[in-house]
Design a protein around this ligand. Structure first.
Ligand code: MN
Length: 458
């Protein structure tokens, strides 16, 4: 009797055990499913890392639960970052080597429904809307939206049809990306980095050099240093700190002097590159080292962070006799049947052009006497054309840029700084008849100073 009872109990135990295992399996599959959706993009990682302002909490309890799950996974992952971080060599030589950072390793596999994914804009309602608007006033860009958009979001393919499937050479020069910043909002800066890392072939991305031009935001100090060390392959993203504000031109030069890639590309700290953005630029430089190649700038809207582009619209740049730089487009008859082919450009926009690093040095780099920024893009373009080089538009290279007023300040006023810089460029490169055209429309420039004034720091 006792024996029968114990057999029955054993059966009951086995049965209970099986049910228990089944329930456990079900829960763990469910948890894995939820956490994977969020881990892939670290939705709110920027606040967790930098302790920035949290959103007014209006999430549903389900969302809260998922956030909790992803947070605990994040902490585990965070520990793994430093342990398994790749060396620079491993990263360069193996396109599939795991970095330990899901924002890189799981790029393209995030939840497409997250806000801002695939370049969509984010629009808020009610209380959140007024908060977002207040922050736009303060920072000139919707930082509230930026903090809610995945740092590694995808963007829509903005290229002409003819650009897709172009077979680029496998042996191309390597690129050093130089990104000066001053008080850039952390999530916007990091999105620039992730877009570069995720959309640039590893063996072509020699290094990314951030140049902190005396930022005042505390989050951009040690917290940023720690973030870079723990989240990117060792040595891939470096940071140089300028002890005192030098202005954009000097900051770019500092990056250039510390770079070692074949080609240098200056970036702004608020950009997102498009698919295969780098190869068209490097192809031009490889074909002729005195060719300077520009990509097409798309538009990241400052109020919604939407990645916008105009289909079949080919950007070009110009300037008038007031030296006002403007953006226009190639007419249909200038585009021709092959819009994807390169064509000469008159002047360049300040950022995102590729130039052979040694050629940049041979050319004399930037005019170091210029202040802050403004006019250096015109001067560089005139110098390239007048000294045996070429400046070309590479229409298959698309790069998104947040067009907004810069966080830069201009000691002595922006107009005075610009006129000072313009005059230096005009006096060096223009013939007398052209100088007159400029000074006729801009009479006070004729008497402006062109030499550094010790009482007027640049
Ligand atoms: Mn900019």
């Amino acid at each position: 009797m006792l024996r029968v009872k114990s057999v029955r109990m054993r059966c009951a135990f086995r049965y209970l055990f099986c049910v228990f295992v089944l329930i456990l399996t079900f829960i763990s599959i469910h948890l894995a499913f939820i956490s994977d959706r969020y881990v892939g993009v670290f939705h709110n990682s920027i606040q967790d890392v930098f302790h920035l302002k949290q959103a007014h909490d209006k999430h549903s309890s389900r969302q809260k639960l998922s956030n909790l799950i992803s947070l605990s996974t994040k902490i585990k992952r965070y520990e793994r970052f430093s342990a398994s971080a790749l060396t620079w060599e491993q990263y360069q030589n193996d396109p599939s080597a795991i970095t330990g950072n899901d924002l890189i390793d799981k790029y393209g596999r995030g939840d497409p429904g997250l806000p801002g994914e695939n370049g969509t804009g984010v629009v808020f309602q009610g209380e959140e809307r007024s908060e977002a608007e207040r922050l736009i006033q303060k920072y000139n860009v919707n930082v509230y939206a930026s903090d809610r958009i995945p740092l590694n979001r995808m963007v829509p393919d903005a290229r002409f049809k003819g650009c897709r499937g172009i077979p680029y050479a496998t042996e191309l020069p390597t690129a050093s990306i130089i990104i000066p910043f001053f008080d850039e909002w952390p999530s916007i800066l990091l999105r620039t980095l992730y877009s570069l890392v995720n959309r640039t072939p590893r063996k072509l991305l020699h290094e990314i050099i951030l140049v902190d031009d005396g930022s005042l935001m505390p989050e951009l100090g040690k917290q940023l240093d720690d973030y870079l060390v723990t989240h990117f392959p060792q040595g891939l993203v470096r940071i140089i700190r300028v002890p005192e504000r030098q202005g954009l031109i000097q900051a770019r030069l500092m990056g250039y002097r510390n770079s070692t890639g074949d080609v240098i590309i200056f970036f702004d700290s608020h950009m997102e590159v498009n698919i295969d953005w780098l190869q068209p630029l490097l192809t031009e430089v490889k074909a002729d080292r005195r060719t300077v190649a520009m990509g097409s700038l798309d538009y990241i809207q400052l109020d919604t962070m939407e990645y916008k582009f105009y289909k079949d619209y080919m950007t070009r740049y110009g300037f008038d006799w007031r030296l006002v730089f403007f953006e226009t487009f190639f007419r249909a008859d200038q585009v021709g049947p092959r819009p994807e082919s390169t064509r000469p450009g008159t002047v360049m926009v300040g950022a995102a052009y590729a130039i052979d690093r040694k050629y940049f040095g041979e050319m004399g780099t930037y005019d170091e006497g210029m202040r802050v920024w403004g006019g250096e893009n015109l001067e560089m373009a005139w110098r390239i054309w007048l000294c045996g080089g070429r400046l070309v538009h590479a229409p298959c290279s698309h790069i998104g840029h947040v067009a907004r007023s810069q966080p830069y300040t201009f000691p002595g006023g922006r107009e005075a700084v610009e006129q000072y810089n313009y005059k230096r460029a005009v006096e060096v490169w223009m013939e007398d008849e052209h100088k007159e055209l400029i000074y006729n429309t801009f009479p006070h420039m004729k008497v402006a100073e062109t030499q550094p004034n010790p009482t007027h720091p640049s």
